[in-house]
Design a protein around this ligand. Structure first.
Ligand code: ADP
Ligand code: MG
Length: 344
């Protein structure tokens, strides 16, 4: 039975609003790692170290050597909808940075014990800010190297339901490792380190050759057989590697698609890939690929999902056809065509 009281509308308190917003961006420790890595990339770092304790549940620490944060901007950096990356809505279609929503630090600081230390390039001193479950302490001067260091402890300590949904540290670390891999493949020019419980999981020296980075992840057995593809049509570019059809996987986990430097998930492009390999890999198997797509930023809306992993193209057919034809032409030229079962 409904009483008058529980059907009345109430304005939610800022604390509840912030926790709801945080939940959209920060689902698990890996979301924190993704957001912080993207910030370090946006800050033009050349070296980024990620340290994880206990699957990220106890501690996530990211240290970069990027531009750092202005001493007057520390409190603003953890305010929601506060960003240095866009000014107005039109910028959404010009944005070259990974971030622009100004929500990540606010969300993370809302649901953790958060510490930010940063010193701008060329500045004499650094600053430190601590936030405990959304409650800011006064920022203060601190000695620290140039760049930014963020420590996130006790994630979801104040949202017990979220915390209860976390899986084992091994599973959570698996998700973290996947996020790290996506950033690492998209940015071979960065020196990246990932540690878990004080053990080095990946140490990736900067390189200008994507293939070297791929080899560190997947070994030379895979990379020696990779096929380079590159093409361009109507302002859309594709470049990257696809695996020989003899190397396939039972899942799509070996398929990496990047759009304008950002990892994306796109059903239509996955379908183009499957179509290109049709007749070459067994039914139920999936080809491996590391493909980098570039389109004019004004042709794509990246603001359709809080994590930006799904995008909307103004004309999705251009990329679909380009991907399909690039791969088919490549396979035909390699004389894999005798095994091709092309419908047209
Ligand atoms: P967004 O990345 O969408 O701008 P965030 O909440 O992730 O929003 O970050 C807020 C702001 O804090 C950024 O716009 C940037 O100015 C600053 N910032 C965050 N991380 C770093 C970093 N590692 N180095 C330099 N500045 C940073
Ligand atoms: Mg960001």
């Amino acid at each position: 039975t409904h009483t008058d009281v529980d059907t009345r509308i109430r304005q939610l308190t800022p604390s509840v609003i912030n926790k709801i917003a945080a939940g959209e961006v920060i689902e698990r420790p890996a979301s924190v790692v993704k957001e912080l890595l993207e910030n370090s990339v946006d800050a033009l770092s050349s070296r980024i170290e990620v340290e994880i304790e206990n699957g990220g549940v106890d501690c996530i620490r990211i240290v970069d050597d990027g531009e750092g944060i202005h001493p007057d901007d520390f409190e603003l950096s953890v305010a929601s909808h506060a960003t240095s990356k866009i000014v107005d809505a039109d910028d959404l279609f010009r944005v070259q940075t990974m971030g622009f929503r100004g929500e990540a630090l606010a969300s993370i600081a809302e649901v953790s014990q958060f510490q930010l230390r940063s010193r701008r390039r060329g500045a004499d001193i650094g600053m430190e800010l601590n936030v405990h479950g959304g409650i800011l302490k006064e920022p203060h001067v601190c000695g620290c190297p140039e760049g930014t260091r963020i420590e996130v402890r006790q994630l979801f300590f104040n949202t017990p339901v979220r915390r209860k949904f976390l899986k084992t540290p091994a599973t959570e670390f698996g998700h973290i490792s996947e996020q790290f891999t996506r950033i690492a493949l998209a940015n071979p020019n960065l020196h990246l380190v990932l540690r878990h419980n004080d053990k080095i999981v990946y140490e990736l020296p900067a390189t200008h050759r994507l293939i070297e980075r791929l080899e560190l992840f997947y070994g030379s057995k895979l990379t020696e057989q990779l096929i380079w593809v590159e093409s361009e049509h109507e302002g859309a570019h594709i470049r990257g590697y696809v695996a020989h059809p003899s190397q396939s996987k039972a899942t799509r986990k070996g398929q990496y698609l990047f759009l304008n430097g950002r990892w994306i998930q796109d059903r239509s492009l996955q379908h183009a890939l499957s179509e290109a390999y049709r007749g070459l890999v067994m039914v139920g198997r999936h080809p491996i690929s590391f493909l980098f797509l570039e389109v004019d930023p004004n042709q794509v809306d990246v603001n359709v999902h809080p994590t930006k992993s799904e995008v909307r193209f103004q004309n999705s057919q251009i990329l679909y056809r380009l991907l399909l034809s690039t791969l088919r032409n490549q396979f035909l030229s390699m004389d894999l065509d005798s095994r091709l079962d092309l419908p047209n």
